[in-house]
Design a protein around this ligand. Structure first.
Ligand SMILES: Nc1ncnc2c1ncn2[C@@H]1O[C@H](COP(=O)(O)OP(=O)(O)OP(=O)(O)O)[C@@H](O)[C@H]1O
Length: 627
């Protein structure tokens, strides 16, 4: 039975970590008399509260395939800035506000640099780490800042029932952060970005801004850490935060968050944080010098990264082992025998599909053009699609087919030309705008996230939501499962485990998931870019049946294909692109296989007489082979 709540991301396979934690506790407990005391437990909690708060932000970033090495620098800079305000103004809340604001600004700087520089966040934040650290020395003239009011110091030293306030704040933030990651729609998107950034983008997730926001949240959390620690210590110092990033990243990676992104669980991170806390405390009990502590933590990080690699390797191996064999399908499309009559419809059993009388114009593209540098990918994309109609776009490699549909689906903006949907001119800032307008696309480069389950892939970008206890907004996984089951069933797709990672499905099943996502209720235009390229005859027949079904339900359908039999089996109308221009656009009944091949290959001058040219028999044989 499928659970009502699905865990996003491939599950962590590192069970050894909790064991390491238990072994450490046992070892230090047995070795040192005072280790197992309430006061030492509280000291450990106090010390790890800063790591725990910072680990929330680091977890979000690493899950989404990013990282922030500058948190130590942020720690120092926020600490001295907060200390200056606390000392000079004497106003506690102003100092707290300034600390949090500084963290937010530093996070925003990181986010914008990562977004616009388009280079590894590792390098960007290595640079900002040095800048922030240097600024901390500049602001404080290299000295500690102290002399705060009691009210400010109280913030860091207050206790509720003997439990220090920073520990309570850390626990509350950790629970909220973990819950948000696992149960919110945006949390799912972080896993999606970490699993396949391109797929997340094509599905309509605003990847860039989401990542900027993550850096901002991370900076804000560092503001909380720095304010609490500065208050507790009674001073702000530029030396604080040295190697803090090492502790935090070690906790997160040790906690099972894959460094490559797309996997991890807050419970694991909690154990990672606890392990680091116990290790630090134990090393202090053992009386080891600071450098030994550094060496130990560095080694633990390397160990965690090594385990991460091994886990990744094992995962890849098990995916290969688990991958189901494609449904028995002895006749691959490309190698299929030519049909005796040359009637391609028979091949896919769609011959009886009634050609509908086309309805209203759903999409009208006029003069669409797009350049990439010096390459004119599209010069003149002009055609229309009517409700209930399947329009096949054909053309040679590089003819501009994918570019044309990427303009219509909001992936690229046109340099020239217009798009009208239901008679209204539209402009899309991104794929999500096109989806909102009612255009669903199945891209050639399968826009699925391999680390997410079937249901989560299907709802991505359009996640159902509900309010838990009437107030807390969460992703509605029960609705997601119901939606996925209905959609798959209506399309005749047999998949039972809604949480099975899509990376573990066969190519055909993966394709089914992305097609099912596109076939949502009320969709106006469905675009399928080479949906059958990697499929066998049975699966191709299914996909074409689904495309036909979408048109019969009143949507306009654009289907891009190289396979001439697919075109004749499905199309109501055919549009031929050559060198970025529409050179032919007519009902499928008005063109023969031979002529269509000629048009695609540029063997016929479109302005010349219509009708077959050349050796008809040979060309029809080629057509039947799907060349
Ligand atoms: N993002 C891009 N950057 C640079 N050039 C591009 C980009 N996208 C497409 N092109 C170029 O534009 C031209 C048209 O490409 P497009 O992918 O639209 O053709 P296609 O008809 O879909 O080809 P295929 O059938 O091989 O997928 C090609 O020369 C391609 O190299």
């Amino acid at each position: 039975m499928t659970r009502r709540y699905l865990v996003p991301g491939e599950p962590s396979r590192r069970t050894g970590l909790a064991l390491l934690c238990v072994v450490l506790v046992a070892y230090f407990g047995l070795s040192y008399d005072n280790f197992f005391t309430v006061s030492n437990g509280l000291t450990i909690l106090m010390n790890v509260s800063a790591i725990a708060i910072a680990a929330i932000g680091a977890m979000f970033l690493v899950v989404s395939g990013n990282v922030d090495l500058s948190i130590g620098g942020q720690y120092a800079l926020i600490s001295v800035v907060t200390a200056q305000f606390a000392k000079n103004s004497g106003n506690v809340w102003l100092a707290v506000f300034i600390g949090l604001l500084t963290g937010t600004i530093l996070g925003l700087v990181n986010g914008i640099l990562v977004k616009y520089m388009k280079i590894s966040p590792l390098i960007v934040t290595l640079g900002t780490m040095a800048v922030f650290k240097g600024l901390a020395y500049l602001v404080s003239s290299g000295k500690s800042v102290f002399g705060f009011s009691d009210a400010f110091i109280f913030l860091g030293r207050a206790r509720i029932n003997t439990v220090p306030l920073p520990v309570i704040i850390a626990a509350v933030l950790f629970v909220i952060g973990g819950f948000w990651l696992l149960r919110s729609a945006t949390g799912l998107r972080l896993f999606a970005i970490g699993g396949n950034q391109q797929a997340a983008r094509l599905t309509g997730v605003d990847v860039d801004w989401l990542v900027v926001k993550l850096y901002v949240v991370n900076g804000l959390l560092m503001g909380v850490v720095a304010v609490l620690t500065t208050a507790r210590l009674g001073s702000g110092t530029p030396q604080i935060g040295t190697s803090f990033e090492l502790d935090v990243l070690t906790a997160v990676i040790l906690g099972g968050v894959g460094f490559a992104g797309g996997s991890g669980h807050p419970a694991g991170v909690f154990v990672g944080v606890a392990t680091i806390g116990i290790l630090s405390s134990g090393l202090i009990f053992a009386g080891l010098e600071d450098w030994w502590q550094q060496i130990s933590k560095g080694l633990v990080l390397l160990l965690a990264l090594g385990a991460d690699q091994i886990a990744e390797h094992r995962r890849a191996r098990s995916v290969r082992k688990d991958a189901p064999i494609e449904a028995a399908d002895p006749t691959p499309v490309a190698a299929g025998p030519p049909s005796a009559s040359g009637s391609a419809e028979d091949e896919y059993g769609l011959g009886d599909a009634a050609r509908r009388t086309p309805g209203e114009v759903v999409l009208r593209a006029s003069g669409l053009a797009r350049r990439f540098g010096s390459v004119f990918a599209l010069r003149n994309g002009t055609f229309e699609v009517r409700a209930g109609q399947v329009v096949c776009i054909v053309g040679d490699n590089g003819a501009g087919k994918s570019t044309l549909i990427k303009l219509i689906s909001g992936v690229h903006r046109p340099d020239a030309g217009t798009i009208a949907l239901d008679g209204e001119p539209v402009e899309f800032g991104g794929p999500i705008d096109a989806r909102r307008a009612g255009i669903e696309t199945v891209h050639q480069d399968l826009a699925v996230c391999p680390n997410l389950g079937v249901a989560h892939n299907l709802i991505l970008g359009d996640e159902p939501r509900r309010r838990m206890f009437g107030v807390i907004p969460v992703r509605d996984d029960a609705a997601a499962i119901a939606r996925t089951r209905d959609r798959l069933a209506s399309l005749g797709i047999a998949l039972t485990d809604m949480n099975r990672s899509v990376g573990r499905l066969s190519g055909g099943q993966r394709q089914s998931v992305s097609i099912a996502r596109a076939m949502k209720e009320g969709v106006k235009l469905v675009i399928l870019d080479e949906p059958t390229a990697a499929l066998g005859v049975t699966q191709t027949r299914n996909v074409l049946r689904i495309a036909r079904q979408a048109a019969d339900n009143g949507a306009g359908v654009i289907l891009i294909s190289h396979d001439i039999r697919t075109v004749f089996a499905t199309a109501d109308r055919v549009v031929v692109l050559r060198l970025g221009e529409v050179v032919y656009d007519d009902e499928i009944g008005n063109v023969t296989h031979t002529r269509l091949l000629h048009l695609m290959a540029g063997l016929e001058d479109v302005r010349g007489p219509s009708g077959p040219v050349g050796d008809e028999a040979a060309l029809d044989a080629a057509a039947a082979k799907g060349n």
